[in-house]
Design a binder for this molecule. Structure first.
Ligand code: AMP
Ligand code: MG
Length: 397
């Protein structure tokens, strides 16, 4: 699709965010699978459903420290019950508890035969070693039933979910020491620009520290990718060609800078003149100038150099394509106006205040601290302004 008024290009121009994401995903290789120990699987994507090898809890147990007894004995609390033993985690009480009796019990300890309720220590008074007084009725709600979390054989995690810290803990609780995940994509990363220098060196007037390499590398790690750092190249076609050659074995080359409308935007020129371009420019702000193409078969995604643009395009296009995950959004009430752009989806930075999202004051694509200060990217569809009080879709940062 070519925007009105622009000369016909031999590739799509001004694609939608969805189309950009789908096209990038279609250029990435099919993923293999491998089995990893849980300690090495953080951030990876689950390749198979995972079923529980055991039930959790494995027996009906107490959720609290206190006494276990029969609820019926305690309905007229305060009452006094006779202590006949104890159940500890890993060392259950062996006998049967009868009417008028109770046992001491601790969190995670199995309930004894005959008991159906727990009274926490906070509402007990010890009378002596053999008797205890309950100030309130015991509650069956403080009993954790066998299999209440999950049952043996139950599929608890579905293939395709990202392995977060809490999901890895769950896989361990299900009884697995390892997990089948998709193999990592190898993503080469290059920043471009004559003015771009590594942090830690003195800055001359007109130069800027390379923040994109750091932010994008960290985001790639979070996506479970293997990063091949290619460092930085100046605005020179020969230097860029050399970097493109070095990226040869990767599954994707991600670049930043040099894809916009300027005379020295050589990454754009190289891809258009000597590569195969899938699209140039996306109907979004920030991030409009992004380009996708291939160079000798290698998929190349060129992000704009502006730091906010490159990180937002990564978040909404590259990350979902790399991980196969849908963009996670939720709806909030707008506390301020979010203006619409006639032909672009806007991703404005916002802050969440008392459950409402408010516009962050400085929305420029060069204002990197806006991403750090903001809580959310507010998605404003093409031409549809969001007024204070409207419901709006956001991506939490
Ligand atoms: P460009 O897309 O190359 O026209 O760059 C747009 C803006 O982003 C310019 O102000 C650049 O100085 C800045 N920029 C480009 N690359 C980086 C980078 N790696 N880190 C921080 N800023 C950058
Ligand atoms: Mg540049």
């Amino acid at each position: 699709m070519t925007a009105p008024g622009l000369p016909e290009a031999p590739f799509p121009k001004f694609v939608s965010v969805d189309e950009a994401r789908r096209t990038l995903a279609s250029l990435l290789p099919a993923r293999g699978t491998e089995t990893l120990p849980l300690s090495r699987a953080l951030g990876r994507t689950l390749a198979q459903d995972v079923a529980a090898l055991v039930s959790h809890p494995s027996t009906t147990e107490s959720a609290l420290d206190g006494i276990a007894c029969r609820e019926a004995d305690t309905l007229n609390a305060p009452v006094t019950l006779r202590l006949v033993g104890e159940s500890r985690a890993g060392q259950p009480f062996q006998g049967e508890v009868e009417a008028g009796q109770c046992i001491r019990i601790y969190t995670g300890a199995p309930l004894a035969a005959g008991t159906d309720a727990i009274c926490p220590v906070e509402v007990l008074e010890d009378i002596d070693d053999e008797q205890v007084r309950l100030l309130r009725p015991a509650s069956p709600g403080d009993v954790r039933p066998e299999g209440g979390d999950f049952q043996a054989g139950e599929v608890v995690l579905k293939a395709g979910v990202p392995l977060t810290a809490s999901r890895l803990a769950l896989v361990a609780a299900l009884g697995h020491a390892g997990v089948a995940v998709y193999t990592r994509l190898r993503v080469a990363l290059l920043s471009t620009g004559d003015e771009v220098v590594a942090p830690g060196t003195p800055l001359q007037a007109g130069q800027v520290y390379d923040s994109n390499s750091v932010g994008l590398s960290a985001m790639l790690e979070e996506c479970g990718c293997e990063v091949v750092p290619l460092g930085h190249a100046p605005d020179s076609p020969d230097a860029l060609k050399e970097a493109l050659r070095q990226a040869g074995g990767a599954d994707l080359l991600l670049t930043s800078g040099g894809v916009s409308m300027g005379r020295y935007d050589f990454m754009r020129d190289l891809l258009i003149e000597h590569g195969q371009v899938s699209f140039w420019k996306v109907r979004m702000r920030p991030g409009g100038p992004a380009i996708l193409g291939r160079w000798n078969g290698l998929p190349v995604f060129g992000l704009p150099g502006n730091p906010v643009s490159s990180l937002v395009v990564f978040q909404v296009i590259v990350k979902p394509a790399l991980t196969g995950q849908q963009l996670r959004t939720l709806r909030l009430r707008a506390g301020t106006l979010f203006k619409a752009l006639p032909d672009k989806t806007a991703f404005w930075r916002g802050n969440v205040v008392n459950g409402e999202v408010h516009e962050y004051a400085r929305q420029g694509s060069g204002v990197l601290r806006s991403l750090s200060d903001a809580d959310a990217l507010v998605i404003v569809p093409e031409g549809q302004a969001v007024k204070a009080g409207d419901s709006v879709e956001v991506i939490l940062l």
